[in-house]
Design a protein around this ligand. Structure first.
Ligand code: GAL
Length: 843
């Protein structure tokens, strides 16, 4: 070989090597970084749309569909917390199966082609029991949570490292070719720092250093923490975050929790947030330079078992999220946000590289314009006035902006989307009973009486110290001796028993009879019982069933909060006046008899004698119910209607569905709620005066075709015959659309230079798969009023409004009708802005 060809070969080999190294670098070592404008993935700045789906709040069988629906809704990223107490239920014993199979969840997100934002915490808040901390953590000697405390730091570090290592082993970080592009350490620690001072600041430094030291190859964030140390990005959580800016000019503006609604507490009404305002808040964030937004929650799901925090957090964690608790699309929220995401993505090139200018368009109106070098331009036109429309001039055009809205113009000329103009359909859901009721058997357990030979001490003990949260229930029992000469035995003026408890709920049994129930609330978990008690001469059995309803998940040192009967416990109205029972002997029993016997399980349920038929207990406390049923032939998600019951827990085939408490009625003011004006969690409420939660989701995968064991424990008395299995389905679908409302189609036509008249927008109506549109409940093209479910005609109404839909939609699963006068028999009122409102029944 000539020296020339040797050289040539060497050169070729070297360049091949370089190509390989280059490819390897970018396929394996693709890194995620950031600058002032955005998160950078593979060298590209990105506007990222993310949504929270917490894996244990649904089942693995639901995950692929939820993730797909998130992708179809325009999401790039799925965000989840990591739930320490689910993964390490007892110290050193780990669990990563079933709903806690974190790796599987992340792999599914990757398969769908989405990224992951992993919020390791390990403190997570999240309305989750104990904020995600295992209860055993509280009992590590010398521990103090979330501060500069060695035992705490050691424990949180061990868990954080374990999770990071697990992700590395599975090659799940983006730097390894995986989907995780971001991680989070701690959670909203800023307010804690403010409260706790210097030790908290030291803890922040420590946590940041520890996390960064783990070498994940992806950026870390700290949310709601203004002093997040470099290189950690501090991010915003809230209903609005446009006002926010990160602590350093070289960090991007990120919104880790855009609250799509709010959580429900037992005793509280159900909050919801209008889609128009949510879209407005997101557009406002993006137009002020925001480049990452995460919906908290995108799918809220269910607090199965005893995972709800609080206290008093409901079992449903629906959150009014774009995907509802059952995994169905919540419309129009899901569709409206999808349209918003498309509009934002059309602006992405301008947003990530353009320079921003702000132009005033009026008193309460402005334009935010992003121009970039290649000549591109995107604009956001905002009307902040919450009362009135605004007509604004921008460029050489005029734009009509509805109140409290932002229009998006990806080419600085044509509107593709306005946050207050919902093009997507609205679905009204219903719960359809599938059974006439169940055939129940019942078993009553007895209140636990004082027993000298059992766990007996002088005085009253804190509840969590005894139960270690192995059960919600703790029995406090004592005896009271009443002399035959007590005056009340003759005059019938029974003494009053007063019990002070640190929470959360309490049933009092006197000589085996329920004689009082009290409970607190999320705002005030403490309670006081004052109840006349029918004592008899001789020994009286006093049994207090104290109940925890989820452990606190937020607040400085929430690990120190007490639960249970701490006293005093007093009897008044005796001959001697008052008798303090607090310092006599009490016996303690953790949990219910039925829990000890595992009555909820197939094997345990046969360990007692159940009664049936006319003997089945009605309105009786401490009652276990069981039945066996077959799975009905429907495809829709399932739930139990527990409206006739009091308070307790539900199990299906041994899986805990969660706590139920329909007897706790929602107090608050529910009224009409406008999308305009600043939103807060008390602004838009439903269910006032009704059960905070009546329906309880049963995941499909927990059911068999037949032989399903349903077990219920009722604490204070309910009507089991009122319980029914229901399916969730669409009742009706509505569209409420203005003529000439901006659409993606028109935008694309205009932007690509098609100059003829814009195409009319269409009303798209779609029932659930398997359903058909059976009738048109309402249709009016003109000036109809009201909202879906209660539309009424206005003064202008096209006489063929109904005909158009009846002809095109009846008998079909889905239909589309163009919103043009000729479709409805001609223009009913010229020169007036018209809209179409329609409601179609699905069956
Ligand atoms: C945030 C917290 C979340 C969740 C939310 C309310 O402050 O970070 O974990 O608790 O509030 O739903």
């Amino acid at each position: 070989m000539s020296s020339r060809s040797v050289m040539w070969n060497m050169l070729r080999n070297t360049s091949l090597c370089l190509v390989f190294m280059f490819l390897w670098f970018f396929s394996v070592k693709a890194t995620v970084s950031y600058d002032s404008k955005a998160i950078i993935i593979n060298g590209e700045r990105r506007i990222l749309i993310s949504g929270s789906i917490h894996y244990p709040r649904s089942t693995p069988e639901m995950w692929p569909d939820l993730i797909q629906k998130a992708k179809d809704g325009g999401l790039d990223v799925i965000q989840t917390y990591v739930f320490w107490n689910g993964h390490e239920p007892s110290q050193g014993k780990f669990y990563f199966e079933g709903r806690y199979d974190l790796v599987q969840f992340i792999k599914l997100v990757k398969e769908a082609g989405l990224y992951v934002h992993l919020r390791i915490g390990p403190y997570v808040c999240a309305e989750w029991n104990f904020g995600g901390f295992p209860v055993w953590l509280k009992y590590i000697p010398g521990i103090s949570f979330r501060t500069d405390n060695e035992p705490f730091k050691a424990a949180m570090e061990t868990f954080t490292k374990k999770i990071v290592q697990m992700m590395k082993t599975e090659e799940l970080f983006e730097s390894q070719g995986g989907p995780i592009i971001l991680a989070q350490i701690e959670n909203e620690y800023g307010p804690m720092e403010y409260e706790l001072g210097a030790p908290a600041r030291a803890y922040t430094e420590y946590a940041a250093k520890m996390a960064v030291g783990l070498g994940t190859g992806v950026p870390w964030i700290m949310c709601k923490q203004d002093d997040a140390p470099d290189p950690i990005i501090n991010t915003c959580n809230g209903f609005y975050c446009d006002w926010f800016s990160p602590n350093k000019a070289y960090k991007p503006k990120m919104w880790t929790e855009a609250w799509t609604g709010w959580f429900t507490e037992f005793g509280g009404p159900v909050p919801y947030r209008p889609a128009e305002d949510l879209a407005f808040s997101v557009a406002k964030f993006i137009q002020t330079g925001g480049s990452f937004i995460n919906y908290y929650m995108y799918h809220g799901g269910t607090n199965f078992g005893r995972t709800a925090g609080g206290p008093f957090i409901a079992t449903s964690y629906d959150y009014d999220a774009p995907i509802d608790e059952y995994g169905l699309l919540r419309q129009p929220k899901w569709g409206h946000l999808r349209d918003l995401h498309r509009a934002i993505k059309l602006c992405e090139p301008a947003l990530v590289s353009g320079e921003q200018t702000v132009l005033s368009l009026g008193n309460n109106q402005e334009a935010r314009v992003f121009k970039y070098k290649s000549g591109g331009c995107a604009a956001f036109l905002a009307n902040y006035n919450s009362e009135s429309f605004a007509k604004v001039a921008f460029g050489d055009m005029h734009y009509n902006l509805p109140p409290w809205s932002i229009s998006i113009l990806p080419d600085c000329k044509n509107t593709v989307f306005n946050t207050a103009r919902v093009g997507s359909q609205k679905s009204q859901m219903k719960m359809v009973p599938l059974t006439e009721g169940f055939s129940w058997k019942s078993y009553n357990e007895e209140p636990v009486s004082y027993d000298d030979n059992s766990n007996t001490v002088i005085g009253l003990l804190e509840q969590l110290n005894i139960t270690r949260d192995a059960s919600d229930y703790l029995w406090y029992s004592t005896d009271v001796n009443i002399e035959p000469d007590e005056a009340f035995l003759k005059n019938g003026q029974y003494p009053v028993l007063t019990v002070l408890s640190a929470g959360h709920a309490l049933h009092v049994f006197i000589n085996g009879q329920l004689s009082g129930t009290v409970y607190g609330s999320l705002e005030n978990p403490k309670l006081t019982l004052n109840s006349n008690v029918k004592l008899i001469a001789g020994i009286n059995k006093i049994s207090l069933l104290s109940i925890a309803v989820g452990l606190p998940n937020i607040g400085p040192h929430f690990e120190t909060w007490n639960a249970g009967v701490l006293g005093p416990v007093m009897l008044s109205g005796l001959n001697e006046g008052r008798r303090d029972l607090s310092w006599q002997k009490w016996s303690y029993k953790v949990g219910l008899e039925g829990e000890v016997l595992s009555l909820h399980s197939l094997s345990g349920s046969s360990s007692v004698e159940w009664v049936e038929g006319s003997l089945v207990a009605q309105k009786q406390p401490l009652t276990w119910y069981k039945t066996v049923f077959s799975l009905p032939d429907v495809d829709n998600p399932l739930a139990l209607d527990m409206g006739s019951m009091g308070k307790g827990q539900i199990w299906i085939n041994g899986h805990s569905i969660g706590r139920y408490w329909p007897a706790y009625k929602a107090s608050g003011t529910c009224g009409n709620c406008s999308y305009t004006g600043t939103y807060h969690e008390k602004k838009c409420l439903r269910n006032c005066g009704d059960a905070s939660q009546r329906w309880y989701h049963i995941p499909r995968s927990w059911l068999n075709p037949s032989g399903n064991l349903l077990v219920i424990f009722e604490e204070w008395g309910g009507e089991p015959n009122g319980i029914s299995l229901v399916s969730r389905t669409v009742e009706s679908v509505c569209a409420d659309i203005f003529e000439w409302q901006p659409t993606l189609l028109n935008y694309q036509r205009q932007a690509s230079g098609v100059i003829d008249r814009p195409v009319r927008p269409k009303a798209h109506l779609k029932c659930s798969p398997g359903q058909k549109i059976s009738s048109i409940k309402f249709a009016s093209f003109g000036t109809p009023q009201g909202v879906c479910g209660s539309f009424v005609e206005g003064s202008c109404h096209a006489h063929k409004s109904y005909d158009a839909f009846e002809k095109r939609c009846i008998g079909l699963e889905a239909c589309s009708v163009s919103i043009a006068p000729e479709v409805f028999g001609g223009d009913p009122c010229r020169n007036i802005l018209k809209k179409l409102s329609v409601e179609a029944i699905c069956s």
